[in-house]
Ligand binder design. Sequence first.
Ligand SMILES: Cc1cc2nc3c(=O)[nH]c(=O)nc-3n(C[C@H](O)[C@H](O)[C@H](O)COP(=O)(O)OP(=O)(O)OC[C@H]3O[C@@H](n4cnc5c(N)ncnc54)[C@H](O)[C@@H]3O)c2cc1C
Length: 525
Amino acid sequence: MARSSTSSNKKKVLIVGAGAAGMSCADGLSNHPDRFDVTIIDAQAYCGGQAFSIPIDKKHGANWMNQGVQGGSYIYQHTFHHFRKCGYEEEPVELQVSFGKGDKFWTNLFPTNLVSQHASDIKKFNRFLKIVRWTELFWALIPIKVSCKMAGLSDEFVDYMLFPSLALFLGTGNATPDLPTIMMERLYTSPTYGMWYPCDPKSLSSNLPPMVVFPESSEFYRTWQGKLEERGVTVRLNTELAAVTSRDPVVRVMLRPRRQQEDLHNPDGADQDLPATEEVYDEIVICTLADTAKRVLGKDASRREKWVLGNTKWSDDITVTHTDIDYIKKYYTIEYDESQAVENINGRDDSQRVRKGEKEFQPMYLIKQVPKNPRLLEMCFDCTNFQYQLDKNLPLEDHVFQTIFLNKRDEQTWTRDEIRKDKIIREDWWHQLCHSWTHYAFVVPFVWLLNRNKKHTTFAGSWTLVNAHEVAVISGTAAAYKLGADYPEDLYKNDFARKAFKSYLFLTHGLTLAKNRIRKSSIQI
Ligand SMILES: Cc1cc2nc3c(=O)[nH]c(=O)nc-3n(C[C@H](O)[C@H](O)[C@H](O)COP(=O)(O)OP(=O)(O)OC[C@H]3O[C@@H](n4cnc5c(N)ncnc54)[C@H](O)[C@@H]3O)c2cc1C
């Protein structure tokens, strides 16, 4: 039987998806219990979406590790705001990377032969960055693979040094050559967003980017769920939005229950035999991935919605979490490689960096290239070196690695079968957004048009801009703001957070942040 809309003046809001975006939206609306009656649903049996933790053997130093989202940078102010409110903290880490192997190996910790050989490319690249900085808008949509050719950079430099340095930070994997040039430029020239800032004119990247690693994601999201429930939000897990049947004058949806799996991860597309029932709401906030949004809107989607949502591109990747050190040693550089270290880097004495490398080389982000096509990457985390709770002093045999095989389409190039089965802790498939230039030409500039409609519909999620946890949180906060929620005072007083939020709000909703819409906060700044 259909539920009817509430007879009170409260707006009945359905939030679909309890990932970072949906939870942030629910959080914003829950501060106005007099105006909103909030229900958040998720097809899975847990809140957090792509941010979750898994249990591991205590011999690794802790009995948990984060599996999807692992960390971010100091710009993640909205994420930190929610950590603090729930009593959690992020931990700082100085990032070390290790790209390639043998004569193709380089790192940000100390210079190597590869870096030395590309002295003229690095010089050219520095000059090119300055030009791009001055003429930024022109490069906004030009793919990196094109601009690097225009700059006259060698293929080896681009493939073995430049692309890996971008792929890991931006999480763009094999879509890196198609990234808009402006993203590459920002990564090297922006004091705020530039993880490789300042670009080193002698060795490309010699800084150790200050990053943060997240607290236990599943615990944090469970606590957040509890806080939302205390504030009157109805959280319904194992509940899937099967279809939106109409949205005017009210939103009618078909919701299907899901059978809970032991590990709380319900497989996509299962449980279709369970009957869906209709429910009615005043507003819907869709915080799923864009292609899911298009599917559930089905025939009710407008042409504009079909076009924008349909222009997002996705790849299916798999992460293998394992302890196979032989596999890692075969394909990655995980230990200090004396034969590749270079003390004098194009006239500059870098022996101090080499000494530091000898003692402290503990790379966290690693990349391997497919030999036949170096533009196809395999990415890997040494989670033990990266995640603060794991014991870095353990022998490498006891480190936990997460190897990411990108894009099922390229499966024939994967070496996944070489990872010993008895060393695998867990495997997870992910449907990941590709940040090609088309995303910034045909999706991002039009999200505000989707959000301005008479169909009681709002879209949020990291796909609206960049695939990052912080963007998801900002998008959910902006969705709540659009519907009438206030913006938290501590974030308003934080210059960086406020500017980021205002830019996002304008870009994806065409709205400005009003001074009289700031909510007093319980957090001290
Ligand atoms: C392997 C991996 C590592 C990553 N590492 C990082 C990192 O270190 N740092 C970082 O900042 N970002 C990282 N990201 C990106 C980051 O995880 C995402 O950008 C962010 O978590 C997305 O949040 P979201 O709320 O937009 O979407 P999601 O987290 O995907 O949430 C969407 C939710 O909608 C639910 N849902 C889908 N369909 C339905 C339906 N029909 N009915 C009901 N519910 C539905 C899903 O179950 C899900 O819970 C990583 C991503 C991956 C895959």
